[in-house]
Design a protein around this ligand. Structure first.
Ligand code: PEP
Length: 247
């Protein structure tokens, strides 16, 4: 039985002071859940959030890493930096990074390999545009994104990973995929993992849905057989996340 994993993606929101206050609101609402809950936060907030959630069972993640260990890469954050600050997870390949920062599938593959080498668990994002959905190439597109991102990842490593299916047209738009649409793609992702590795790996890997998840739709989405939780943007910044994270 896979443990559900609900992760908040704070994006570029919350100063350390605001982050501390948000944790004070959310921690009591999430206490005692059987789900695994992760707050993925800006790098500058990691230390504050790790301290603020201490003892609650909530884990902390970053929103990106660079694929080199260290050196002259001004403005970047390494896997070691996140780990040392107390993060356990990292979001990789989010569509906003692909679009605004021109990250390619090959870059994302290097980041996935670096995170795994260092012991950070990747939450690997994939997803189609509205145009691709309308062209009927959603599953082909996602298979391609994942095949490249997972190059060189072993079955043992893949088992512990999280994949987030996030249709781009549903992110931050209030337009959620229907439960059937979300399940169809998450199931196709699990089949791809079985094809690339084996049934055991496909049964172990956790696949999230992300895209306008909120307190009203979370329970229905997360009840689907191949949806093991969610990656949540907007709703992770308010008390609603208490309902989403415990759904
Ligand atoms: C996200 O940023 O990963 C996301 C799914 O955002 P939202 O929940 O706001 O659509």
């Amino acid at each position: 039985m896979r443990k559900k994993i609900i992760a908040g993606n704070w994006k570029m929101n919350m100063t350390p002071t605001e982050a501390k206050a948000l944790c004070e609101t959310l921690v009591p609402l999430i206490k005692g859940t059987k789900n695994e809950v992760v707050f993925c936060v800006p790098a500058v907030d990691v230390t504050t959030v790790v301290k603020a959630v201490k003892g609650s069972g909530i884990k902390v993640g970053g929103e990106n890493i660079y694929f080199e260990d260290k050196g002259a890469f001004t403005g970047e954050t390494s896997a070691d930096m996140l780990l040392d600050a107390g993060a356990k997870y990292v979001i990789l390949g989010h569509s906003e990074r692909r679009e605004y920062f021109k990250e390619t599938d090959a870059d994302i593959n290097k980041k996935v390999l670096k995170a795994l080498e260092k012991g950070l668990t990747p939450i690997l994002c994939c997803g189609e545009s509205l145009e691709q959905r309308e062209q009927g190439i959603t599953i082909d597109w996602i298979r391609m994104q994942l095949k490249i991102a997972l190059q060189g990842v072993s079955a043992e490593q893949a088992k512990g990973m999280v994949i987030a299916y996030e249709p781009i047209w549903a992110i931050g738009t209030g337009k959620t995929a229907t439960t059937a649409q979300a399940e169809e793609v998450c199931k196709a992702i699990r089949l791809l993992i079985q094809e690339l590795y084996d049934r055991k790996t496909a049964n172990a890997i956790r696949i999230q849905y992300g895209g306008s998840v909120n307190a009203k739709n979370a329970a229905e989405l997360f009840a689907e057989p191949d949806i093991d939780g969610g990656l949540v943007g907007g709703a992770s910044l308010k008390a609603d996340f208490g309902t989403v994270a415990t759904a």
